[in-house]
Design a protein around this ligand. Structure first.
Ligand SMILES: *Cc1c(COP(=O)(O)O)cnc(C)c1O
Length: 353
């Protein structure tokens, strides 16, 4: 037997979450599969999301891998190209690219004469991360329209507050004003905007986290949104012991028992991708029952309170997150978001589909 930790990826849940997107928006769907499909495996996730009209990611090598695996959809590079020598690859593999700065615009002349490049022009409407400033847009559009290498231009922006109470109103209005003059497809919505603001749907929606079955909102669960968890990280109890009042647990003895208690050690630590900063009290499922972690997470193990858990012993199943233990809840307890946890699964964890 090997170490009992495992990540199970439920591809039918991924398909089901894609159907949720389809019901909500009549737009074309650009499934965001950056970061190894948020930790779920690029090609397996893309296979399950095959009904999407497009895939968005960052690395041109991943984009080529998708093409070579036979995917015919639009494939979009979300940060675009970084050097001119990538442009022949975009032509050869018919990849679409974001253009967000003047340096990329200047490099376009290296695009081969054959074919035409599909460009997504990114406009900064308030996120202040990527994108042309509003006042640059008319000149950039002019340049793209007259450029021999450029085919279709899609206009896009990205929201900074779609998951919060501040919402999208200000950025949406700015984007509408800037793009009203052009006849071009538009794309604005990430998962949060897709779920909450139908006015942002436009021609293309760009869901990421919701496809993987996690809620982008602090105040609404994935279940309430009709989403199913895709990744379940599980392991087992590999040691059980009784503590007396005053006994301490783990590195730095961060947890101290104030009475007799029964604790277990789980074969999962930060080297598997479990957050080291998850404090005592982070929720966890032991033998199908909710329990809490104790003390500091170590590289390969963490401790759980089994005082209230019935029937648990060495070999009992543990769910770190996923089915029965929403990843958002674990993330919130650890002071982070679901995105970071699912992306951070490490290579040593065996994945089963
Ligand atoms: C990551 C990303 C998305 C998807 O965001 P979610 O919150 O995961 O839905 C959409 N658009 C862009 C530009 C992104 O970088």
């Amino acid at each position: 037997m090997s170490r009992p930790i495992q990540a199970r990826i439920d591809l039918s849940a991924l398909k089901s979450n894609l159907r949720v997107v389809r019901r909500l928006a009549s737009s074309r769907i650009m499934a965001v599969i950056k970061a190894n499909a948020y930790g779920h495996g690029l090609l397996r996730a893309a296979g399950a999301l095959d009904e999407a009209e497009g895939f968005a990611l960052l690395d041109v090598r991943d984009a080529i891998a998708l093409r070579e695996a036979g995917f015919r959809q639009t494939i979009l590079l979300l940060e675009g190209f970084f050097t001119a020598d990538e442009l022949p690859l975009l032509a050869e593999y018919e990849l679409s690219t974001v253009i967000h700065n003047l340096q990329q615009l200047a490099m376009l002349d290296a695009y081969p004469r054959r074919g035409s490049l599909s460009v997504w022009l990114k406009i900064n409407t308030g996120m202040n991360r990527l994108g042309f400033a509003p006042e640059q847009v008319p000149a950039v559009m002019e340049k793209l329209k007259s450029h021999p290498a450029i085919g279709e231009v899609t206009l896009m922006t990205h929201f900074a507050h779609a998951d919060e109470s501040e919402g999208v109103a200000e950025q949406l209005e700015r984007f509408k004003g800037l793009t009203a003059a052009y006849r071009a497809p538009r794309s604005l919505a990430n998962s949060a905007a897709l779920l909450r603001y139908p006015a942002t749907h436009a021609e293309w929606v760009r869901p990421g986290i919701m496809l993987y079955g996690a809620s982008p909102f602090a105040d609404t669960s994935a279940q309430q949104l009709g989403l199913q968890p895709v990744m379940t990280l599980s392991s087992e109890i590999i040691s059980v012991r009784e503590l007396k009042a005053g006994d301490r647990v783990g590195y730095a003895g961060l947890f101290r028992a104030d009475k007799c208690m029964r604790i277990g050690t789980v074969a999962c630590g930060y080297a598997d991708g479990y957050p080291r900063h998850a404090p005592t009290g982070t929720p966890i499922l032991v033998n199908g029952q909710r329990a809490r972690t104790l003390g500091r997470v170590s590289m390969d193990m963490l401790s759980v309170d089994m005082s209230e858990v019935s029937g648990a012993e060495v070999g009992s199943p543990v769910t770190l997150w996923g089915n029965g233990m929403p990843v958002e809840e674990v993330a919130a307890a650890a002071g982070t978001i679901s995105y970071e946890l699912i992306c951070a699964l490490t290579a040593r964890v065996p994945v089963e589909y």
